[in-house]
Design a protein around this ligand. Structure first.
Ligand SMILES: *[C@@H]1O[C@H](CO)[C@@H](O)[C@H](O)[C@H]1NC(C)=O
Ligand SMILES: *[C@@H]1O[C@H](CO)[C@@H](O)[C@H](O)[C@H]1NC(C)=O
Length: 257
């Protein structure tokens, strides 16, 4: 009887106490697990973003399992002694002449001036750099996986060896060799000064070579990639198998004041 009269403690406060205590005990463990879990998965997300943020209209060629195997294949072309010899002899004057005409036109349209600090991306042996210097753009340099002094220094276009806001002009005709087109463009937009100009010669209807890492099906995907720039103009050109010239200008920094 006595027992029956004694009201047992209510169930809910006990459960609540249990819950609170266990929460306190487990909280540090949960937090630890959470930090351990999020760090690697964020990295994975970043990597996949790079690969998947390619807009429709850019096809990455299959077969590159690692970045190393991609670089090796690119080097295979760049280091080919026969090709390098041709680039420096048979092609040398002809290419400089064509590039000189391109750059003179850009100067005429005030997209390039003698004082534009300039970069040529994927410049091989540097005919475009030589052409820039001949039209009066003295402060110009090229980058490629294999340096070719004094015109071309070593540099990977997926990670340009320059600080932000360095150049007023960048030129490239190797967009098709980019395994990560978004990075290729991101690096251009990073190293261009606000108001700086980027000129790309790309292949839209012509077939690019077996060393290409992507196929570009139109101008629209490029416009999507150049998020921080305005499209200046698009026109047909005849540039060594590349048929379209696309020009962008990096947006000026927006002042919030
Ligand atoms: C490029 O690849 C070919 C065939 O796979 C090979 O014979 C050649 O030695 C390579 N060249 C270079 C410079 O790596
Ligand atoms: C730019 O450089 C070229 C070649 O050196 C020269 O002929 C031209 O006068 C220069 N233009 C200006 C505006 O200084």
């Amino acid at each position: 009887m006595k027992l029956n009269n004694q009201t047992p403690p209510p169930v809910t406060p006990i459960l609540l106490r249990y819950f609170t205590v266990s929460l306190f005990l487990f909280l540090p463990l949960l937090l630890l697990l959470f930090t351990l879990k999020t760090t690697p998965s964020t990295t994975i997300i970043t990597t996949t973003t790079t690969i998947t943020t390619n807009p429709a209209g850019i096809r990455i060629r299959p077969g590159y399992t690692t970045y190393d195997s991609y670089i090796k294949k690119q080097l295979n072309k760049t280091l080919n002694p026969k090709l390098r010899h041709l680039w420096k002899t048979r092609d040398w004057d002809r290419k400089i002449q064509v590039f000189t005409t391109f750059f003179s036109k850009l100067k005429h349209h005030s997209l390039l001036t003698n004082s534009s600090k300039s970069l040529c991306i994927g410049a091989r042996v540097g005919q475009e750099v030589e052409a820039l210097r001949r039209v009066g753009v003295a402060d110009s340099i090229g980058i490629d996986l294999v340096p070719c002094p004094p015109l071309v220094i070593h540099g990977d276009f997926h990670r340009q060896p320059f600080p932000d806001d360095t150049f007023l002009f960048e030129f490239s005709n190797v967009f098709d060799h980019a395994l990560y087109p978004a990075k290729f463009v991101g690096e251009i937009e990073r190293t261009l000064k606000p108001g700086g100009v980027c000129v790309l010669h790309v292949a839209l209807s012509t077939k690019s070579d077996k060393y290409s890492a992507n196929d570009l099906l139109g101008v629209e995907p490029l416009v999507k990639l150049f998020k921080g720039s305005d499209l200046v103009r698009v026109q047909k050109v005849d540039g060594f198998g590349l048929d379209t010239e696309v020009i962008f200008r990096k947006k000026e920094k927006i002042s919030l004041e």
